[in-house]
Design a binder for this molecule. Sequence first.
Ligand SMILES: [Zn+2]
Length: 346
Amino acid sequence: MDDKEMFSQLASRFMALYRDKIIHKFKNESDPHRFQRLLQTNEFARTLYGLSQSLCNRYEVDHWQAQVLDTADLEIIYANVDAVEGSEGDYVDRLVKELLRYFKNDFFKWCNSPDCEHCGCSGEQMTAIGNEGANSDERRFDCGVVEVYRCPNCSKTTRFPRYNDPMKLLETRKGRCGEWCNLFMLFLKSFGIESRYVWNREDHVWCEFYSSNLKRWVHVDSCEQSFDEPHIYSVNWNKKMSYAIAFGCTIATDVSRKYILQNELSRTEIAEEDLKFLLDTITRRLRLNLSDEEIYKLACRDEQEMLMLYGSVDGASIVTKSTSAMKGRESGSTAWKKGRGENGKS
Ligand SMILES: [Zn+2]
């Protein structure tokens, strides 16, 4: 055996050992008592656990996905993807960009306040008069809160139920960031794109998808038609944030480092090591039934992401290479944005 052969054998032996070690570690490292204790003593831990329960597998519903594909204009979408030059490798990236375009321009509407359903008076003129509970019809579509508006023209009121059921949103096609993100997640899933839901403690949500081309999770925000611009919230909108947590069907992970580049609020809800333990445990449970192969693949991917977020590798370059320098928030009226301090000026 020559040296080269020997080294190559050694290398593959080393890789196999490493792989076994990762899989073993993943399957065995767990402390159910610590997990229970955390849930009992920490409210934020309970909130995150609740979110993981409702979000991680939420969109894995075949008939929902089929309904999206029946409703969306596939001809236009695929024609537009094909019209853009690109390689086979970046096909999914191009598809996601087109879905962002289609969703914002052709499909879904931003709604600060609804038009008057009696005389058609524009939503901009409507006055908010408060919230009501949902009626039984609205509750069927996972609606907790109904905003009520009065028309200056005919004095009648119009209800704006905040639905959470994606099938209902497929019909109403309007809402604010919650509704946008909710249905867009289902769009991504329906087109077979691996994606996750990002929850921000300070009242915003967006999505990420895994790009095999870029070999990382990529930020996408359907309200903004924004692709790979993780800085827009903290830098462009000047938004103050504390936590951003991603929930997918095989992962729950803290992605705050990627999004909170300035204006960081203090993180006092939970000890950092407890947060990591909590999310790691949720992730482990989500992967319980996966094959060793799959577990190893995902573990390598996690490692890569941690390096990007916390290592010196690429974290900073992701931020600086984007082009839309100081653009403020796209979605929502000027007054609404100003009220939230998100017009990029305050
Ligand atoms: Zn009216």
